[in-house]
Design a protein around this ligand. Structure first.
Ligand SMILES: Cc1cc2nc3c(=O)[nH]c(=O)nc-3n(C[C@H](O)[C@H](O)[C@H](O)COP(=O)(O)OP(=O)(O)OC[C@H]3O[C@@H](n4cnc5c(N)ncnc54)[C@H](O)[C@@H]3O)c2cc1C
Length: 421
């Protein structure tokens, strides 16, 4: 075999897993575009939803949390009060990658198939190389969900993941489909970009925004009633954050139901702009869409009444649906035989699928470990565990003693702008 492990994906999960594997002396190849989703598929200048303390990649050595990086670079930071600007998170992620996971192959895996003793991996048009084990950490971009009524139409209809900047919508009439945080973020960007009309169309009966933080520390009673976790405030979120292993023990239907209903609300900083600048159409269902050369006609239903709405563009902020079948680089034999939870792979406590040696982390692992996997804070749970399990299995099969752990890389002194707005 050419390498022990191939990690497919270089987002927070892939980089964290790779950092842990390499720290254990495991020969690990990493393929993927570093932090691609964050650099190319999220609105420029966006503020992260996750708090500062839950916006780190997971390192096997101290000194590489976002707060450490901010302190080293003279960048203002607070665990919960200051919001993290997307671009500063990207700077931090780049430094993490350069220091802890150098030599990422910044291309895409085009095929992955089983061979004797492991897997054959093809990157772009290169000859295949072999790996004993593969960790798939491909994030969300394969899984954009477009409502059926918007499928097969043209350029005027896009998924939110295809948009990083919104200037092109100045003076345009735009409908945003969806009622979650992605929809409110897109509506916010459109209002700020000077769109002539922003219609936010949602089946929800209200939009949920978080309360803004106060300067006072919460009392212990407030903390008890509304505890803080890596997913936000409240017992429901804390249970998802702290008991990911328990999620695996629930019946499959219950797990899928919980995932379908899971919702964290929208950032409080979006609220004023969205409520002031967008026409929020609650309790409204999109029935169909027709596109002509220069406009789109939407057919809507509200309170039993049908109506039409004409706009210049439609943006589907309708989220993502992790589905093994949409990972086309996986050999059809792998997709056909892997055991599933809904459309996601069923995973062992060590994140291994029913295909020996094939691991999955990140949002596609949510069927086994719950909503925690949809956020980067879940890498703190997944990365050390996957590396530990792979290391233990590798050592069981070999007589070679464990190599010494790698030295701690010196943090880079890299000047940066402000991490907060
Ligand atoms: C608008 C928006 C805002 C969000 N805000 C937050 C937030 O504030 N905090 C938070 O925790 N989460 C947030 N999320 C969710 C976030 O996207 C996930 O937490 C995160 O992407 C998961 O990290 P990941 O490593 O699994 O995947 P990603 O960051 O999506 O990275 C995927 C990696 O896989 C690679 N890849 C894909 N296909 C292949 C292939 N065939 N071969 C090789 N590599 C491949 C990509 O190049 C990339 O390197 C947000 C999502 C959206 C859409």
């Amino acid at each position: 075999m050419d390498v022990d492990v191939a990690v497919v994906g270089a987002g927070p999960y892939g980089l964290s897993v790779a950092a842990h594997l390499r720290h254990r002396g495991i020969d690990t190849a990493v393929i993927g575009l570093p932090l691609d989703t964050w650099k190319n598929h999220m609105p420029a200048g966006m503020l992260l939803k996750s708090d500062g303390f839950s916006s780190s990649l997971d390192a096997p050595v101290p000194g590489w949390r976002l707060g450490d990086w901010a302190a080293r670079n003279g960048v203002p930071y607070h665990d919960t009060r200051d919001r993290v600007v997307l671009e500063r998170f990207g700077d931090y992620g780049d430094d993490f990658q350069r220091a802890l996971v150098p030599g990422v192959d910044e291309r895409l895996v085009t095929s992955l198939r089983r061979v004797d003793g492991g897997f054959a991996v093809r990157v772009a048009g290169d000859p295949e190389f072999t790996a004993k084990r593969v960790v798939t950490a491909v994030g969300i971009t394969h899984f954009a969900r477009l409502p059926r009524s918007l499928q097969g139409l043209g350029e005027r209809i896009r998924h939110a993941s295809a948009l990083r900047t919104f200037d092109r919508f100045a003076g345009q009439r735009v409908a945003v489909i969806g009622g979650g945080s992605s929809a409110t973020e897109v509506a916010f960007e459109l209002v700020n970009a000077g769109a002539a009309e922003v219609r936010l169309i949602t089946r929800h009966t209200s939009l949920q925004f978080w309360d803004p933080p106060t300067d006072d520390e919460p009392t212990w009673i407030e903390e008890l009633k509304n505890p803080l976790s890596g997913l936000g405030r409240g017992w429901r979120l804390k249970a998802c954050a702290d008991f990911a292993d328990a999620f695996r023990l629930l019946p499959v239907d219950r797990r899928l139901g919980l995932l379908a209903r899971f919702f964290t609300g929208s950032g409080y900083w979006l609220r004023d702009t969205v409520e002031r600048g967008a026409d929020i159409m609650l309790d409204t269902t999109l029935l169909g869409a027709k596109e002509s050369d220069d406009e789109v006609i939407l057919e809507l239903e509200h309170g039993g009444e049908r109506s039409t709405l004409t706009v210049d563009h439609v943006i589907a902020a309708t989220g993502y649906e992790a589905d093994l079948d949409r990972l086309e680089f996986l050999d059809p034999g792998i997709r056909a035989t892997a055991k599933r939870v809904g459309s996601m792979p069923a995973l062992s406590p060590g994140f291994q699928s029913s295909i020996p040696g094939l691991y999955f982390v990140g949002p596609i692992a949510a069927g086994s470990f719950g909503p925690l996997m949809r956020f980067m804070v879940g890498a703190e749970f997944a990365a050390p565990r996957v590396a530990r399990r792979i290391d233990a299995r590798a050592r069981r099969r070999s007589t070679v003693p464990a190599p010494p752990v790698q030295p701690v890389p010196t943090p880079l002194a890299d000047p940066a702008g402000s991490v907060v707005k």
